[in-house]
Design a binder for this molecule. Structure first.
Ligand SMILES: Cc1ncc(C[n+]2csc(CCOP(=O)(O)OP(=O)(O)O)c2C)c(N)n1
Ligand SMILES: CC(=O)[C@@H](O)[C@H](O)COP(=O)(O)O
Ligand SMILES: [Mg+2]
Length: 617
């Protein structure tokens, strides 16, 4: 028998199936995704948890005319498969393959580009209002997870949407998990909504009505009556102006389909609370959704094998160890993460220092201002945050922290290219957006030991300091276990050469040293982007006829811009070549290969230098 999945090239094909065929399709899709992600790597648990919901949405909604707006987008693999990208899954998150997230340029069904969380309700509301004002009948649904719902922006959008007369459906995909176990009062509130008989009763209601179904339309409205009758009045979402339905079982197509059909017909702001399980259908992921949140290739039979201990630590591990050591020596240290406990390396700290550990939810803005409050009272906050997510809290960084010169350490992980997550997650801009802020000190370690020293240096500074390091491991240098510090604003010459001086920032020191050998150039580890080493730049400018700054940050406004500024201010007229990330977004791919493509490997650096020399001569 032909698998149902083989018959589906688009949602229109899906809509030709009868409702009783959908569970079989869900099984096939689940098996396909499990095997596919095991071969490519990717976000597994969230995707296994949203298969029935995705089928139901495309079955009921007239996509792409109706708009589905996914939050974060790390749960859209089923959506990709059902919208004609099944073949593409073989190159998921690879160079020139399909993205791990929805992307408008990839498919007409990807209505809104994402990767960062908690934007879906805002975007969907905009689309719903546009439809209303244009007199279009299309429907818009935002699908947002319970973790993503913890962000302020989600509530800003609900607050706005609850009073606008727009046909917006918000679906809360509540799996009681963020990447890590969920945190916060909202999570407890959602659990209360779920408690008691409500959920089970709603599930039975869906099944019962389906089994006696005279017509889709009729059973849809009956389900609404059932479900509406069972909800307690005055849920938070109702108070915000939404018609709250649920909770219903998000793996039960017999409950999902009629409920969605009914909701699609209703006018005004609607809110559907759906309960799912992260990792659904794959026991190992159900048991450990954290481990299976984002996976590398693995064997589905054995599951993910424990990582082999490597002699090379990742920068995240270096930070993790430093944090615990520094915390042991200073009780004022407070560790803060906006929902990235594992990724940012705070697991050990959370276990060893539970009273000083704060996972504030997906709330980058709050994380920073919370840190500011702690600092005002003499604490020493360390905010562990990915470069890309710090973008969300820019005003808090300037207005709440830098302007008041508060002593807060920013351990900025994933600086530079991140690989498979691509453009949404690259840490491409931090050196630019940090360096222009008064009072900020900005450092970029070139190896793991220097990273530790920079973190200790940062902790000793009485003001806001960023230590920005890349994803993955460095060269594997031995790490001094002490908490020694570095001289502030001082770089070091690593190789003495002739004519050309390569000024390397952070991760670019390694390729710069290799390029230095090819060119017989001087190579400098700049260490600080701010305060930058004026004296060193001055002396290099006097002793070389070409300076080359190299950074894994956008060239515009980055570390090289700071070098140029110093040269200009000092009246030094030596030619300066700036190498770094180009002025366009860089998609997913192997980071090392991408860096080679944009000329940030030893051969690329050497050839740019030769070209510049040829142009100057
Ligand atoms: C602004 C922002 N901060 C952090 C992240 C990292 N992140 C990706 S998924 C995720 C958890 C999302 O939880 P939820 O919305 O409940 O979806 P689930 O993983 O449970 O499917 C986090 C913290 C992000 N993508 N965007
Ligand atoms: C979807 C999301 O934002 C995270 O899951 C992210 O993919 C994690 O990236 P790392 O693998 O670099 O921790
Ligand atoms: Mg969740």
């Amino acid at each position: 028998m032909t698998p149902l999945l083989d018959t589906i090239q688009s949602p229109a094909d899906l809509r030709l199936l009868s409702p009783h065929q959908l569970p079989q399709l869900a099984d096939e899709l689940r098996q396909f995704l499990l095997e596919s992600v095991a071969k490519t790597g990717g976000h597994l648990s969230s995707n296994l948890g949203t298969i029935e919901l995705t089928i139901a949405l495309h079955y009921v909604f007239n996509t792409p005319e109706d708009r589905l707006v996914w939050d974060v987008g790390h749960q859209t693999y089923a959506h990709k498969v059902l919208t004609g990208r099944r073949e593409g899954m073989a190159r998921l998150r690879m160079y020139q393959g399909i993205s791990g997230f929805p992307k408008r340029t990839e498919s007409i069904y990807d209505t809104f580009g994402v990767g960062h969380s908690s934007t879906s309700i805002s975007a969907a509301l905009g689309m719903a209002v546009a439809a209303r004002n244009k007199g279009e009948e299309r429907r818009v649904a935002a699908i947002i997870g319970d973790g993503a719902m913890s962000a302020g922006q989600a509530f800003e959008a609900l607050n706005n949407g609850g009073t606008l007369d727009a046909n917006l459906l918000v679906i809360l995909n509540d799996n009681d998990m963020s990447i890590s176990p969920p945190v916060g009062a909202l999570n407890k509130y959602l659990a209360r909504l779920l408690s008691g008989r409500t959920f089970n009763a709603a599930r039975r209601a869906g099944g019962k009505v389906l089994s006696v179904m005279p017509s889709m339309r009729e059973f849809a409205s009956r389900v609404e009556e059932h479900v509406k009758g069972m909800i307690s009045p005055g849920t938070l979402f109702e108070e915000l102006g939404f018609n709250y339905i649920g909770p219903i079982n998000g793996h039960d197509l017999e409950a999902l389909i009629p409920t969605l059909q009914n909701l699609r017909r209703l006018q005004g702001p609607q809110f559907l609370h759906v309960i799912t399980q992260k990792g659904q259908g794959y026991k190992l992921a159900e048991t450990d959704p954290v481990l299976y949140h984002g996976v590398s290739k693995f064997d589905t039979t054995c599951g993910i094998k424990p990582a082999k201990s490597s002699s090379k630590l990742t920068y995240t591990q270096v930070f993790s160890d430093w944090l615990c050591d520094q915390a042991a020596s200073d009780s004022r240290l407070m560790g803060i993460t906006p929902a990235m406990r594992e990724g940012s390396g705070l697991l050990r700290f959370s276990q060893e220092f539970p009273d000083r550990y704060f996972d504030v939810g997906i709330a980058e803005q709050h994380a920073l201002t919370f840190a500011a409050g702690l600092a005002c009272e003499g604490m020493k906050p360390v905010v562990a945050i990915y470069s890309t997510f710090l973008q969300r809290a820019y005003d808090q960084l300037i207005h709440d922290i830098a302007l008041q010169n508060l002593p807060i350490v920013f351990a900025i992980d994933r600086g530079g290219l991140v690989g498979a997550d691509g453009a949404t997650h690259n840490g491409a801009f931090d050196l630019s957006y940090l360096t222009c802020i008064p009072n900020m000190v900005v450092m970029t370690p070139s190896d793991e030991d220097e990273c530790r020293k920079m973190l200790s240096t940062a902790f000793a500074i009485d003001g806001p300091v960023a230590v920005r390091y890349p994803r993955g491991s460095g060269s594997g240098v031995p790490i001094q276990p002490d908490l020694s510090t570095l001289a502030i604003g001082k770089g070091e010459v690593k190789r003495q050469g002739k004519r050309t001086a390569l000024l390397a920032f952070g991760s670019m020191l390694t390729p710069a040293l290799a390029a230095g050998d090819l060119l017989d150039a001087t190579v400098v580890n700049m260490r600080f982007v701010k305060p930058i080493d004026h004296e060193l730049i001055h002396s290099l400018a006097l002793s070389h006829d070409l300076l080359v700054s190299i950074e894994e940050n956008t060239i515009i406004g980055g570390a090289g811009a700071e070098v140029s500024r110093i040269l200009e201010e000092s009246g030094l007229r030596v030619p300066h070549l700036r190498l770094g990330l180009p002025d366009h977004f860089i998609d997913q791919g192997d980071s090392a290969a991408l860096l080679s493509k944009i000329g940030l490997d030893p051969a690329g650096i050497a050839s740019s230098v030769c070209e510049k020399r040829a142009a100057n001569s």
